[in-house]
Design a protein around this ligand. Sequence first.
Ligand code: G
Ligand code: G
Ligand code: MN
Ligand code: NA
Length: 250
Amino acid sequence: QVLGVDLRNALRAGDLHVHFQPVADVGTGSLLGFEALARWTHPERGVVPPGLFIPVAEESGAIVDLGEWMLETVCQEATRWPLACTVAVNISVMQFEKSDLVAQVDGVLERTGLDPARLELEITESVLIHDTDYAVEVLNRLKARGVRIVLDDFGTGYSSLSYLKRFPFDKIKIDRSFVSEIGDSQQSAAIVRGVIGLARGLGVPVVAEGVEQAAHVDMLREEGCDQMQGYLIGRPAPIEDYGDLVFDHP
Ligand code: G
Ligand code: G
Ligand code: MN
Ligand code: NA
């Protein structure tokens, strides 16, 4: 709870910043865009990992403020880049349910002037559990703005294939827990192949997360996976670390 209070102060104090992790095309290896990930440097505790503060932020409600700040900051940042690539922002369940996400997105797009087609909103299946009709309506309104809706962490949580029928996702992300085990677990390999096949059958682009080895890329290419993300491609880092790709773009 201490962290929950601190987090709101941190937002005001400017102790939060954004790291960007590249997403690449499996076939060509070329850069398609970035996923934005929140980072917190606490004045006394030092770097607080998001695995720790995101759950705390969800519980305290601070995630709503954090989420708004992320959207604004990331969209503003992306408009500075000569390279017109995509940027993905994670939307938590509470931000989805407790705030007017459509109004937030409209406001951010208007203030920043970002092309909506460059913005991807990553949601998990849990957003669809409570009130599926409401969630589908919100997602459709966002989609009508030209924003892309991505299903994150697919295969974990309370996965239900019926969600894939209820809403036309623009992209499906295979959770890294399956991808990182491709070489060690026949089960994980089968699940990765299965999800790629499913996505292809549905005509939805699919991205593999947690790509750490060249062998993962070989398998993903063979299976026809579209996009990849992971430490092998690039770690989450300040955008300056990817400056040659983003700022030196003609
Ligand atoms: O950034 P990793 O690098 O450690 O992130 C850990 C977890 O925190 C992931 O599940 C990621 O989706 C989540 N996360 C990171 N940044 C954000 C954010 O800005 N908003 C939300 N809702 N989750 C985030
Ligand atoms: O839940 P979400 O998919 O948004 O979380 C992304 C998380 O995955 C971040 O914590 C990010 O740092 C982490 N991540 C990204 N690539 C890799 C990878 O190749 N290996 C591992 N172990 N974690 C990764
Ligand atoms: Mn994500
Ligand atoms: Na994920």
